[in-house]
Design a protein around this ligand. Structure first.
Ligand code: GLN
Length: 197
């Protein structure tokens, strides 16, 4: 089966995410076709979706202006996988504590934008992630902190006693950037574990 993976291409790390998806797919002997999402109409053709980092205000405005936001909500409502990273996590949340971000409300968490960033701009940490055998080299760049999680949300990883990777149904979100290492295990966890299981 060819997996059709859509990467929101408003901003940020699109080719790195595409590479990670292809590597994860190759490990399952399944080809992946990656589509870049800039306009409405692409999301309905995708089996899985990726919402990368960048700047959450800009990303959310673009999604809302083009009607891509509704398509992503429909995708998640249909139980299809979504991986949201860093600013993508902020956009996917139900509450970004910032009116400038039009949240998608597909992940029942409250986030604090740039909370790690106030202390240290970026850092890398070996992270124990539920479902992965070995620690994941997690790169945090002006990362958001997850403040509150609904009981429907499972915390997959924490750093400094704060959740940094979560799952709710078909949605996986990380406050770090899993595309910035050559390690496709988080993409694998988000997409292939659920799609092919
Ligand atoms: N701090 C950014 C925001 O609030 C997110 C940073 C990132 O995606 N690396 O949108």
């Amino acid at each position: 089966m060819t997996l059709v993976a859509g990467v929101v291409a408003v901003q940020g790390d699109v080719s790195e995410h595409a590479d990670a998806i292809r590597r994860a797919a190759a490990a399952h002997d399944d080809p992946a076709e990656v589509r870049e999402i800039r306009t409405a109409g692409v999301v309905p053709e995708c089996d899985v979706l990726l919402l990368p980092g960048g700047e959450s205000t800009t990303i959310s405005r673009h999604l809302a202006a083009d009607g891509i936001d509704e398509e992503i909500r429909d995708h998640v409502a249909a139980g299809k996988p979504l991986l949201a990273t860093c600013a993508g996590l902020i956009v996917a949340s139900t509450d970004a504590k910032d009116d400038r971000v039009a949240t998608l409300d597909v992940l029942d968490v409250t986030v604090d934008r740039n909370a790690f960033g106030r202390q240290v701009d970026s850092f890398e940490a070996p992270l124990d992630v539920e479902g992965l055998d070995e620690p994941f080299p997690a790169v945090f760049i002006r990362a958001p902190v997850i403040d509150e999680v609904d009981e429907a949300v499972t915390v997959l990883a924490s750093w400094d006693d704060r959740p940094v990777a979560v799952r709710q149904g078909s949605v996986v979100a990380t406050s770090f950037h899993p595309e910035l290492t050559n390690d496709p295990r988080v993409h694998d966890l988000a997409f292939f574990e659920s799609v092919l299981a």
